[in-house]
Design a protein around this ligand. Structure first.
Ligand code: HSE
Length: 425
């Protein structure tokens, strides 16, 4: 390569991702230089916890003052991997105002305050890149923004949380209990000490808000995503699903329906044979459907320091090799679509309920569903007497009709437990 350029990175945060970005830049330096002409250097590291900085990192690189990064004229690209939303917002906002291009892995920030940041990036003519914010190493942002530009996407299904996929995969394979597997996953480092955002669905909801915004060119914020997690999924549910030919997964579903957008995250039954049912362990996958493409699925590691760092470094090198900030770098949300009402979405459901095992019980339950136009596709009964449990699968129906039927079923004397419901994809 005849023309080499030094590009200096200011790294905000030296945690799992930050330290992996630092190492990857050292490790891949020569081949990036050879391949692209970019002499990539880490010029500053912002880290307030000095115990996170290993001895081999030159101490003169490290600072606890953001101003030392953002006011350093030799820094070209600021990389935010500290997480959280308040300081991270200020850091990215200030960096762009001071002429830096920025890269972030912060899904919660983009899903909640993305509009302000993307507007600023456009006004300041700065790059704001975020491949690492969704699905770790999987290059889904680039593929959706560039390769799918003419794909007429109408549906994005995602398994975008590795922690929950790991737990549910083990529940299915080992027939283990949720709490035991979660505790073991924490010991093995597959789940955070505080797993709330993962198991509760908030992490996946933020990622789906970002994916939906890109797919449908209309901003979806975290507050517009209805989500639930896997905390209430029991081994019994997973076993019933298995018996009926399904796998339970935490699924993000983003759909364009009648020019409105629906984005939700929920534990769902997927038929064995659906491409997403085969996504095992902590892997992620994004399944895209569009009028012009049919179906495409991307899968791979969705978390972890090194895989996520590959996405960050790819963004850095891409910025370094792009002369102007064009349409692929600026905000792609040029439409303003409304949200599709949740009750109007059509879904099939799995229902599990404890019942009195007596003559006429099935007829009573079936009649409640019939009154609400909910058609039953499949049913099994387990146990007898006081131990009896009914498991039903419905045909797709408007969710408002289904939930009205469930409210009515709760009032039946023969139903001895709150019905447990899961969507079926
Ligand atoms: N905690 C996330 C997961 C990875 O389990 O997939 C970072 O978003």
């Amino acid at each position: 390569m005849d023309r080499q350029r030094i590009v200096r990175v200011g790294l905000l945060g030296f945690g799992t991702i930050g330290s992996s970005v630092y190492r990857l830049i050292q490790k891949e330096h020569d081949q990036i230089l050879e391949g692209t002409g970019v002499d990539l250097q880490v010029g500053r590291v912002l880290e307030i916890d000095s115990s996170k900085i290993p001895a081999d990192v030159p101490q003169d690189l490290v600072t606890s003052e953001f101003s030392q990064v953002v006011d350093d004229p030799s820094i070209d690209i600021v990389v935010e991997v500290i997480g959280g939303t308040d300081a991270a917002f200020i850091f990215l906002d200030t960096a762009m105002r001071k002429g830096k291009n920025v890269v972030t892995a912060n899904k919660q920030l983009l899903a909640s305050r993305g509009e302000a940041l993307f507007t600023l990036a456009r006004d300041q003519k700065r790059h704001l890149r975020f491949e690492a914010a969704v699905a770790g190493a999987i290059p889904v942002i680039k593929v959706m923004r560039e390769s799918m530009i003419a794909a007429e996407l109408h549906t994005v299904y995602g398994i975008v949380n590795g922690t929950t996929n790991y737990i549910l995969s083990r529940m299915y394979n080992e027939e283990g209990d949720y709490a035991e597997i979660l505790a073991n996953a924490q010991e093995l480092g597959y789940a955070e000490a505080d797993p709330t955002a993962d198991v509760g669905g908030a992490d996946a909801a933020a990622k789906m808000a970002i994916l939906a915004s890109i797919a449908f060119h209309s901003r979806v914020t975290l507050g517009q995503v209805a989500y639930s997690g896997i905390e209430n999924v029991t081994l019994a549910d997973v076993r019933y699903a298995k018996e009926l030919g399904f796998v339970v997964k935490l699924v993000g579903a983003a759909r364009l329906i009648d020019d409105r957008v629906s984005v939700r995250v929920f534990p769902a039954l997927l038929p064995v044979g659906h491409p997403l049912s085969a996504i095992y362990g902590s892997n992620n996958a994004v399944f895209l459907q569009g009028d012009a493409i049919g179906e495409i699925m991307l899968m791979g590691p969705g978390a972890g320091g090194v895989p996520t760092a590959t996405a960050v470094v790819s963004d850095i090198v891409s910025i370094a090799n792009t002369k102007s900030v064009g349409f692929l770098q600026s905000c792609s949300c040029y439409r303003r679509l409304g949200m599709y009402p949740a009750g109007e979405v059509e879904s099939a459901f799995f229902i599990k309920v404890s019942v009195a095992d007596q003559a006429g019980v099935l007829a009573q339950i079936a009649s409640v569903f019939g009154e609400h136009s909910v058609s039953i596709a499949n049913m099994i009964q387990k146990g007898r007497g006081d131990e009896a449990e009914l498991v039903l699968i419905t045909h797709p129906t408007k969710e408002k009709h289904f939930f009205a039927a469930i409210e009515k079923a709760k009032t039946l004397q023969c139903c001895k437990s709150e019905p447990m419901t899961l969507r079926v994809l």
